[in-house]
Write a protein that binds this ligand. Structure first.
Ligand SMILES: Cc1cc2nc3c(=O)[nH]c(=O)nc-3n(C[C@H](O)[C@H](O)[C@H](O)COP(=O)(O)OP(=O)(O)OC[C@H]3O[C@@H](n4cnc5c(N)ncnc54)[C@H](O)[C@@H]3O)c2cc1C
Length: 392
């Protein structure tokens, strides 16, 4: 296992760090440190375009499509420096990390030409239309329907928890296109423009006061017949390919953001005297150990050990970081004491640490709940018998 980075990788790190620091100290200083998904959306859209102008918007993509052919390690280095510089949460995360790689892997040449340049340039922002009121973990239970009619797909149904739909231009939707089918059969993966009369987006207010996600309603919404990825009825394969991107390597670099959060907790504990409490000290030490374990685990995956970033160890990563961060949020609240329950102003805008506590409750849910991750580890990692799955 390689515990460090090569001279070339360190040089690349210095290049990323210098550029990002320059931006965050200069033209984009007003959005430095934004870690939530909703603040200053317009400026964050401009930031996407600035990243693109300087070749940093999708560095893992092939050069031919606006990327840099960056290795996985380079992508992690960039993401680490991104967090270290306090650069804002990416408003086109779903476009760059999920839609783009899916189109690259499964799309036709024509689709690549149609969709990839806008994602790379930061001019088309994407969201993900998978979950429905009755289809979350059991994604194959989707009821949203799609039918082909005179050269167009007509879509009817409802999606829920659609993060960032209010800021997005495009949505990818998993819909049932073959009436009478059940489970993963008969589903189609469609790419749809959001700005059309048949789509209505209603915000859902969250516990932290923000409305990052939405209900998305489709009433005879339309897209051209060739807006599907893969074949009609074979959307499940595409949907699962995309989920592997979501649960996989795109999260390896989060430790730098986690480092910032743990450092903020340590600073708060020192400032208010909580650091003198031996139990708090012990929990901080445990959090530090957990963070280092994740760091070394990520390095092990990057060095290719145990099947690398796609192997058995990688399957454990989502459950590991989400559980660790949920405990970190609880630690933050215990360090802050009563002060953590106060929010400034009428809008109840929570400061970073209480917000971390509230938001981290969702980490063990989105992208696959902890229970579902355990199923994945058991079945795919350990080769245990499959869980009975009803009529699938
Ligand atoms: C912050 C956030 C952002 C999100 N953004 C998006 C988005 O942009 N687009 C989108 O499509 N979705 C999004 N989601 C939805 C997310 O993918 C689902 O919430 C998730 O898949 C869980 O589904 P569910 O909420 O329907 O819970 P359910 O599937 O109803 O699960 C409820 C509970 O039952 C457990 N459970 C269910 N099945 C099993 C099983 N077989 N074995 C053991 N336990 C089981 C679950 O683990 C969970 O604890 C988001 C969710 C959150 C919290």
């Amino acid at each position: 296992m390689r515990l460090g980075f090569s001279a070339e990788e360190e040089a690349f790190r210095a290049e990323c760090a210098a550029w990002l620091e320059g931006q965050m100290a200069g033209e984009f200083a007003d959005i430095r440190g934004i870690t939530n998904l909703v603040d200053k959306a317009e400026r964050r859209r401009e930031w996407e375009q600035q990243l693109a102008r300087h070749g940093w918007s999708c560095i893992g993509w092939p050069k031919a499509w606006g990327g840099r052919d960056a290795t996985l390690t380079e992508q992690v280095i960039f993401a680490e420096e991104y967090a270290r510089a306090g650069a804002p949460n990416r408003i086109n995360h779903i476009g760059v990390e999920l839609a783009g790689p899916t189109i690259l892997a499964f799309g036709t040449e024509e689709q690549k030409q149609r969709f990839l340049p806008g994602i790379a340039a930061g001019t088309s922002i994407w969201c993900q239309g998978y979950s429905e009121p009755g289809a979350g973990s059991d994604l194959a239970a989707v009821r949203t329907k799609a039918r082909l009619d005179d050269g167009e797909w007509i879509v009817d149904g409802q999606k829920i928890w659609t993060s960032l739909a209010q800021f997005s231009d495009w949505i990818f939707v998993v819909a049932r296109s073959e009436p009478g089918t059940k489970g993963p059969k008969g589903l189609t993966f469609l790419m749809m423009e959001l700005d059309q009369p048949g789509i209505e987006i209603r915000p859902i207010r969250q516990i932290n006061g923000e409305a990052e996600f939405n209900e998305t309603f489709f009433t005879e919404a339309r897209c051209p017949a060739d807006s599907l990825i893969g074949a009609p009825g074979e959307g499940w394969k595409i949907a699962m390919g995309l989920l592997a991107f979501e649960r996989g390597v795109s999260t390896l670099a989060q430790q730098m953001q986690f480092r910032n959060e743990l450092d903020a907790i340590i600073a708060a504990a020192r400032a208010n005297g909580a650091a003198a409490d031996p139990l708090i000290r012990q929990r901080i030490a445990e959090a530090e150990i957990g963070l280092r374990l994740m760091r070394y685990g990520a390095l092990r995956m990057l060095s290719g050990g145990e099947g690398g970033a796609t192997g058995g160890a990688a399957l454990t990563y989502k459950i590991q970081w989400s559980t660790w961060r949920r405990s970190l949020g609880e630690l933050a609240m215990d360090v802050l004491g009563q002060a953590g329950e106060l929010a400034a102003g009428e809008d109840y805008v929570f400061p970073m640490l209480p917000n971390l506590f509230l938001y981290a409750r969702a980490d063990t849910i989105y992208g696959g709940t902890n229970q579902i991750q355990r199923n994945i580890i058991a079945e795919r990692g350990l080769g245990l018998p499959r869980e009975p799955r009803g009529d699938i």
